[in-house]
Design a protein. Structure first.
Length: 384
């Protein structure tokens, strides 16, 4: 099968990592895969995947590219499936429109674009452009969501009248990268100091301001003086400077702000941690949660995304040593969740982390995820 994947850009982050894994795994399964985007992509993909980076032109806010405008249609002619990722940008609009005109099998993954919280950001622009995305989604052959919550977001955006009889709605959770841990140093139980880690984009939606306020309250308890908080990730919307200002003005102790870390350095940082925290105001999936668990690091996170449902499905009614502690999206919720987990014995946290690792290895291998994706490409049954 000849498959074309299109995304506006491939900067650092969970969506870029997911797309890289999808195209590499599809290629490994013997498919002819092409990945098209605007800009540059420095991360590695399989050598069998053809990557095409088009030059960005004017109207950079929507990733417009004259080169993509004039060249993409020729590449698409030979494709069997066109899989378009995300929304709101020219590469998405143009590739989906071409796929519809050329009568290609069109698959669309929104990757959380229709989260109500995200829709409020630049709301007037999205209202102006919304008819384009609705037009595409209503004509897509397959709409892929990573969770039931995301499927609801997309259906709400399209509207009930937008459903088509021959349109498939598929829910396929994203996979988790499985690093080789044998070469990483894991010495948590022998250290005197303990570490809570946040790893991801430094963005207002990630709730890092709430996390810092919570950490300031934890500073008041000398029970956790041997703990430190590491916040690491690529800066967006000048969030890092605002966090630094907050730390200095409030005199918050035990916090380390770092830039983004990748590849082996990322995995080493996760493995060196005792607890992972994700205080997001909203999440479509939260790949980094699975990455922490695959390194046997238990998680404290706000009740967003699909993880609560996924954990309940796997662990059932079991409540002891489950790997994720869910909290409210509030300062008090974060304080309660972190203090509870930080007060546990090392052996208990280790058992929680190992349970999480076994879960991820069983349910979130990329090979199985992509096999389900290929099934969605070719299935003829109706799922409305």
């Amino acid at each position: 099968m000849k498959i074309l994947h299109v995304v506006c850009a491939l900067s650092a982050g969970g969506v870029a990592d997911a797309i890289r894994c999808i195209v590499s795994e599809e290629s490994a399964l013997g498919h002819d895969v092409t990945l098209a985007f605007v800009g540059q992509f420095n991360s590695e993909v399989s050598k069998q995947v053809k990557t095409i980076g088009y030059k960005k032109s004017c109207f950079q806010f929507c990733y417009f590219s004259w080169e993509m405008l004039t060249c993409l249609h020729r590449i698409m002619r030979g494709m069997d499936v066109v899989h378009v990722h995300s929304n709101w940008t020219f590469p998405v609009w143009w590739s989906a429109g071409l796929a519809i005109l050329q009568k290609k099998q069109l698959v669309m993954s929104s990757h959380g674009c229709f989260d109500p919280v995200k829709l409020r950001h630049s709301a007037w622009k999205k209202k102006m452009a919304g008819w384009i995305d609705r037009w595409m989604l209503r004509r897509a052959n397959v709409i892929h969501s990573a969770s039931h919550v995301e499927e609801t977001w997309v259906k709400t955006f399209i509207g009930e009248s937008g459903k088509r009889k021959k349109q498939r709605w598929v829910i396929i959770p994203l996979g988790i990268n499985m690093p080789r841990l044998d070469g990483l140093r894991i010495q948590k139980t022998s250290r005197t100091g303990k570490c809570v880690l946040y790893l991801g984009r430094l963005h207002p939606l990630k709730g890092l301001d709430l996390l810092l306020e919570a950490w300031a309250k934890l500073n008041e308890s000398r029970n956790f003086a041997h703990w430190k908080l590491i916040i690491a990730g690529p800066d967006e919307q000048n969030t890092k400077q605002r966090l630094q200002t907050m730390i200095e003005k409030s005199g918050i102790e035990g916090v380390e702000l770092n830039d983004g870390v990748f590849d082996d350095a990322k995995w080493q940082l996760i493995c060196d941690s005792d607890l992972f925290v994700l205080p997001s105001r909203t999440e479509n999936f939260g790949i980094v949660v699975g990455e922490a668990l695959v390194c046997s690091v238990p998680v404290v996170m706000t009740d967003v995304g699909p993880w609560k449902t996924e954990m309940a499905t796997y662990f059932g009614a079991e409540t002891s040593n489950v790997p994720i502690q869910f909290i409210e999206t509030s300062v008090s919720g974060i304080v309660e969740g972190l203090s509870k987990m930080m007060a546990l014995e090392d052996e208990t946290r280790t058992a929680m982390g190992r349970n999480g690792q076994a879960w991820i290895h069983k349910e979130f291998q990329w090979e199985r995820v992509v096999e389900r994706m290929i099934e969605a490409y070719v299935a003829e049954s109706v799922c409305v």
